[in-house]
Design a binder for this molecule. Structure first.
Ligand code: G16
Length: 558
């Protein structure tokens, strides 16, 4: 880095001093904290995204959002050139620069890292970073800090995509790097045209949807509700009513995180909605859960979570693959046995994992965090990943997509209108509809809707796929959540010493009891998940383990 480049960086960094006495760390999905603490971190993440762009010669992305967190928090997620989350190899560098005490130590870290990564500041393609933010009031100032971070790398360009959902920003980064148009209208166009294609391929006659066509969506008072309200006008064959479009408080008694964890209806939904098919998005629209309000039971709901969305997707994909492969088993070269796999976390309801295995699917567990699930899912030809909280998508490998495209072409010329040709068309349309970069509530919602229509299923029929084991999640506020260290995809706590044995003793008291603890990577809490054969048992197990967490780590349940 030349001297003038160094001084630009140091001068800019001096405008964003880090908050005193605060150590921020790159968590489950980037940095997240009270918005007032984040300007310097976001400025530095702007630098990191520009460096990543220089390193890869591709466009990267920065999204200002704290997703499901309360409105006073904010955060920053980084999109890699693939559109996925920042490569995990760079997370230690993100931690280091976020906590560098002053501009000169920041510069030193950058120079050393650039040397190690062989990043050149001269000659090559200038860095380019796409920026987006959700609707939080703190978003504009933080986006400006990110822009200044980007332009402190001489020649780097930050392109502001405005208020967007997180998956839109990730989709745009992926699109730009594939030479496609990266705009909101191209995103909506791709989703609506692939949705229409799937709707046109619904079987006629026998299968008739028993719900009416109306879907009622809780927009979490965030960016997703606003976008969906606009986008719904481009959709035919589906009537969407969006509530909580941004007039109320973001994530306060609304949104996918609230609905999934509390298992109650969000604000603005009530007994009059009993029986309707409802869905809830989270604050930045990368999570989706469905629910129906129970009749005469106040705010109680039947929750249809990420595990059930995954099961529905798996069922549909498996059916299309078997149609495509029918009668092909003995031929050697022209049939492609797609390797279909599913990825879950320890939060997946035990009944869902049993169901998926009974379907003959390969099920893999990873730690919490889309970055882990996404990576695992890329190992399959078709990898479906979902967290129970509604974050997930379906990934198609390049090799499988190429095969599918050429098979589809052949089928169009040899047997247009055949069951096989339609199955190939459906799979291709799914790969266009479902976001290949990251979990996306809007594209996920359209795929759920089209599959329900294809199957002729109501939300109740879908929910009957299997019966969830009763479960309970709690948060425990502790002095230092990093004192909890886990192993085996977070199913075992190896620190503090002795706590796992104490948890095991509690689990042993319950039939089909299962329980684990882990430090959250987005909130300052330890999470407790418990499952058992009755709700009372799951509640009791979760409470007794929350007490153990309190005893071992100090402080009290929130
Ligand atoms: C993020 C991650 C998800 C994770 C969630 C909760 O979601 O992308 O993979 O499940 O945080 O993480 P934790 O339990 O560590 O707090 P979002 O939607 O909040 O960005």
């Amino acid at each position: 880095m030349k001297e003038n480049q160094q001084s630009v960086l140091v001068e800019s960094a001096a405008r964003f001093p880090p908050p005193k006495g605060v150590k921020l760390s790159y968590g489950t999905a980037g940095f997240r904290a009270d918005a007032s603490l984040l300007e310097s971190t976001v400025f530095r993440v702007g630098i990191l995204a520009a460096l990543r762009s220089l390193k890869t010669g591709s466009v990267t992305g920065v999204m200002i959002t704290a997703s499901h967190n309360q409105v006073s928090d904010n955060g920053v997620k980084v999109a890699d050139p693939s559109g996925g989350m920042l490569t995990q190899d760079w997370e230690p560098f993100a931690d280091a620069i976020a906590n560098a005490p002053d501009p000169s130590s920041l510069l030193q870290l950058i120079i050393e890292f650039a040397k190690k990564e062989d990043i050149s500041f001269e000659g090559g393609r200038p860095a380019e970073v796409l920026l987006g933010r959700d609707t939080r009031p703190s978003g504009e100032a933080l986006l400006d800090a990110a822009k200044q971070g980007i332009s402190s790398i001489v020649g780097a360009i930050g392109t502001d995509m405005g208020v967007v959902t997180t998956p839109q920003l990730h989709w745009m980064v992926r699109a730009r790097n594939r030479g496609m148009e990266a705009s909101e209208s191209s995103y909506f166009h791709q989703l609506s045209s692939s949705f229409r294609c799937l709707m046109d391929l619904k079987p006629e006659g026998i299968r008739k949807n028993v719900d009416d066509n109306t879907l009622v969506v809780d927009g979490a008072d965030g960016v997703g509700g606003k976008k969906l309200d606009h986008f719904k006008k481009m959709l035919t064959g589906l009537c969407i009513e969006v509530r909580n479009r941004g007039d109320g408080m973001l994530n306060e008694g609304v949104g996918a995180d609230y609905v999934q964890k509390e298992k109650v209806s969000p604000r603005g939904f009530g007994p009059a909605d009993a029986g309707l098919r409802c869905a809830s998005l989270d604050g930045d629209a990368d999570r989706l859960v469905y629910f129906s309000v129970k009749l005469n039971e106040n705010d109680k709901i039947e929750l249809v979570d990420g595990d059930k969305i995954l099961s529905l997707f798996a069922l549909f994909i498996k059916e299309q693959l078997s149609i495509l492969n029918e009668g092909e088993s003995k031929k050697e070269n022209d049939s492609y046995r797609a390797h279909l796999g599913v990825v879950q976390t320890a939060y997946a309801n035990g009944a869902s994992t049993d169901y998926l295995k009974e379907m003959g699917l390969e099920v893999v567990l990873t730690p919490t965090g889309v970055k882990y699930l996404h990576e695992k899912a890329t190992e399959f030809d078709i990898g479906i990943y979902f967290e129970a909280n509604g974050h997930g998508t379906i990934l198609f490998s390049e090799a499988f997509r190429c095969w599918l495209e050429s098979t589809h072409k052949t089928l169009l010329s040899t047997s247009e209108g055949s069951a096989k040709q339609k199955a190939a068309s459906r799979l291709l349309a799914v790969s266009q509809l479902i976001n290949q970069a990251v979990g996306d509530a809007l594209s996920g919602l359209l795929l759920v809707e089209v599959i329900l229509q294809y199957m002729g299923w109501s939300i109740c029929r879908w929910n009957e796929l299997y019966h969830d084991l009763p479960s309970r999640q709690l948060k425990v506020k502790v002095v230092d959540r990093t004192a909890v260290v886990t192993a085996n995809a977070e199913t075992v706590a190896v620190r503090p010493i002795g706590i796992q044995e104490a948890i095991n003793a509690e689990i042993a008291k319950y039939t089909r009891g299962r329980c684990f603890i882990r430090p959250s990577g987005t909130e300052d809490v330890v999470r407790v998940y418990a499952e058992a054969t009755t709700q009372d048992a799951a509640d009791a197990l979760a409470s007794s383990v929350a007490e153990l967490v309190d005893q071992y780590l100090g402080s009290g349940t929130t």
